[in-house]
Each structure stands twice: as structure tokens, then as C-alpha cells.
Ligand binder design. Structure first.
Ligand SMILES: [Fe+2]
Ligand SMILES: [Fe+2]
Length: 153
């Protein structure tokens, strides 16, 4: 791959990560408000706090896309993917939301891993950004896996 091709590949994957973060922001807001019941309170508070972290990731990715000479996409190119994070049929079904959150965190972890490998030896600033975000997503995932083990006994 030429340097130009590498840069294009990185820009493309940064845009994928940007949309993942934006979709996560949407669904964490929805779920942090939709859920009902005493047992949902902890999950709702945690999701609400994570919205800020995920929004920050989206903003950092957007800035990096711009710095690398790309254009930050607008909503017309958005394609939803988080099927498991849609509002549950029963609004007390906290476990379904927890599983959806773990799926979303896993997807983000895979995507950041992909960009980290793609930037190796070529773009350390992008790599550094993605390593930090990866660490954040691993923390989010760990927290929700803890919630899940409580719900599944
Ligand atoms: Fe994130
Ligand atoms: Fe996250």
C-alpha cells in the first residue's frame, strides 16, 4: 500500500468508528431514559455517564479526520447497525439492554483494534487516539459484564 492508500484506508476506518460512537450516543441516551424499574436505576445512571465519554470519542475522531485532510460525514451517510441495542419490548428488560451495550462495546473494541494495526509504523497520533479510546471501551465493557453477571446470577 502506498502512503496515500494507507491514509485513505485510515480515514475510511475513522469514519466507521465515528458513526459507531454517534450511534452509541443515540442508543445510550434512549436506553438511559426508556428503562423502568428499581433495578434499572444503576444501569440508567451508568449509561447516562457513558454518553459523555462516547460523545468525546466522536468529537476526537471527527477532529482527526479533519486533520488528516478528510471530511467529517453528515447524517445522510449514517447507516444504523446496533440491532441488539434497540429499546426492549418490555421496558423492565434490563438484561437485554446490558447485552446490547456489551455488543456495542465489543464492536468499538474491534474497530479501534483495526485502526491501531492499520496505523502501526505510519500514523502514531491516530494510533494513540485509538489506544486511549480502546482502553475506555474496555472499561465500559468490564463494567457492563459485571452488571450482566449480577442479572444472570
Ligand atoms: Fe466510545
Ligand atoms: Fe464505550
Amino acid at each position: 500500500m502506498s502512503d496515500q492508500e494507507k491514509r485513505q484506508a485510515i480515514l475510511q476506518e475513522l469514519a466507521v468508528a465515528f458513526w459507531m460512537e454517534m450511534e452509541t450516543v443515540i442508543n445510550y441516551i434512549s436506553n438511559s431514559i426508556n428503562l423502568d424499574g428499581v433495578r434499572a436505576e444503576e444501569i440508567k445512571a451508568s449509561l447516562q455517564a457513558d454518553v459523555t465519554a462516547e460523545l468525546m470519542h466522536a468529537q476526537l475522531l471527527a477532529k482527526r479526520i479533519k486533520t488528516l485532510g478528510g471530511i467529517v460525514p453528515g447524517s445522510a451517510s449514517f447507516v444504523p447497525r446496533q440491532t441488539s441495542l434497540q429499546p426492549p419490548k418490555k421496558l423492565t428488560d434490563v438484561a437485554s439492554v446490558i447485552r446490547g451495550v456489551i455488543d456495542a462495546e465489543n464492536s468499538a473494541i474491534d474497530q479501534y483494534g483495526k485502526i491501531i494495526k492499520l496505523s502501526e509504523g505510519f500514523d502514531y497520533v491516530t494510533q494513540d487516539l485509538c489506544i486511549t479510546a480502546l482502553g475506555d471501551e474496555e472499561e465500559h465493557r468490564r463494567e457492563f459484564m459485571g452488571f450482566l453477571s449480577e442479572y444472570e446470577g
